[in-house]
Design a protein around this ligand. Structure first.
Ligand code: URA
Ligand code: SF4
Length: 337
């Protein structure tokens, strides 16, 4: 059974307890002060006992923890035990704190106001489910024969060529160049956004703007390589001044997206933002359906908030992180917390 020692200072007890109960409910055996100290046991002995058996060391680092001699002692012991291969360290940055130099090179998890997303990320590394490796790699592109791959590529190239000279809607006057979409021919996962961003409009590639970088981080979080999916948008040309695309523009552009979906036949469609959801699964609401699998035309559709929303509001950032992790667990056949 995986074990986690939760290192925290008294000021952060409430947050540390939330993490402890989240981990415990996923089958992780938790050591946390003061609950895990046996009657009559000295604090320092209890710490040594906890650290000597644990497989994971979860560090809640905050400005107060930074000053705590106990946290320092626990951290230094954990660093030594990690070097000896006894445990792994998962550090969390809580309440605007900088990482201590000793752990500067670690992958820190930043708290953004939502402890459930922290718990999910910890569980993903502390207690990965026993699902077979094939299920865990649900996103892996289909193996295609050369003929299949070139037939799909030809269809995608046709869509690309047509969009580059398309004048079916007023966005043709606003674009620099059309952004038809990009990705691997055998993609099982298609991500559908709203419209090309400013950099996308100049390069012809989707999701290279700031929102796209965050999208890449979300994919990285669930170990999906950027080059194993297909990314596109409901309109292929960028509206001026970041305005939303009009419904008649979305309609004018719909045939291109329909053809791309028919060519690629993705198992999973991830819609990003309300417009994309409305285009793929009309009648659904992002506020109530985000992160929940829908069945649409025999495909699994996951409605997600748009990654651009997360650039301005950390609430959306946390929701997106949670929803991507939940989606991964769901599709890998693992229990979703
Ligand atoms: N880039 C895209 O390609 N689509 C979006 O929705 C946002 C940025
Ligand atoms: Fe054509 Fe779509 Fe561009 Fe409109 S947005 S001009 S329909 S490619």
């Amino acid at each position: 059974m995986p074990q986690a020692f939760i290192s925290h200072c008294t000021e952060d007890s409430e947050f540390a307890q939330q993490i402890a109960s989240g981990l415990a409910s996923s089958g992780v055996e938790v050591w946390i002060a003061p609950d895990s100290i046996r009657p009559g046991e000295e604090f320092v002995d209890a710490i040594q006992r906890g650290l000597s058996t644990t497989t994971h060391f979860v560090l809640v680092m905050s400005p107060d923890a930074f000053e705590s001699p106990w946290v320092k002692l626990e951290m230094n012991t954990a660093i030594r035990l990690e070097r000896e291969g006894q445990l792994l360290i998962s550090p969390i940055l809580y309440r605007d704190c900088k990482p201590p130099l000793l752990l500067g090179s670690y992958q820190w998890i930043s708290y953004g106001g939502d402890s459930t997303s922290i718990v999910k990320r910890l569980i993903a590394s502390i207690a990965p489910s026993e699902a077979p490796p094939s299920a865990r790699r649900w996103w892996e592109p289909r193996m295609l024969t050369d003929d299949q791959a070139s037939a799909i590529q030809q269809g995608l190239d046709e869509v690309g060529a047509e969009t580059s000279i398309c004048k079916l809607c007023p966005l043709s006057n606003e674009r620099t160049i059309a952004v038809p979409g990009a990705g691997v021919t055998g993609a099982q996962v298609m991500l559908i956004g709203e419209a090309p961003g400013p950099e996308d409009d100049k390069t012809g590639m989707p999701f290279v703007s700031a929102a796209g970088q965050f999208l890449d981080e979300l994919l990285g979080l669930i170990s999906i390589p950027h080059n194993s999916v297909f990314m596109t948008n409901i309109v292929k040309c960028r509206p001026n001044k970041n305005r939303d695309p009009e419904s008649y523009e979305i309609k004018a552009c719909s045939d291109y997206l329909d053809r791309q979906i028919a060519l690629i036949e993705p198992k999973v469609i991830v819609t990003l933002g309300a417009h994309a959801l409305n285009r793929i699964a009309p009648g659904h609401k992002l506020s109530s359906d985000h992160g929940q699998p829908l069945s649409v035309d025999g495909r699994i559709v996951f409605p997600m908030y748009h990654p651009a929303a997360a650039l301005y509001r950390s609430r959306y950032r946390n929701i997106l992180i949670k929803d991507f992790i939940d989606m991964d667990r769901y599709l890998a056949g693992q229990p979703v917390a």
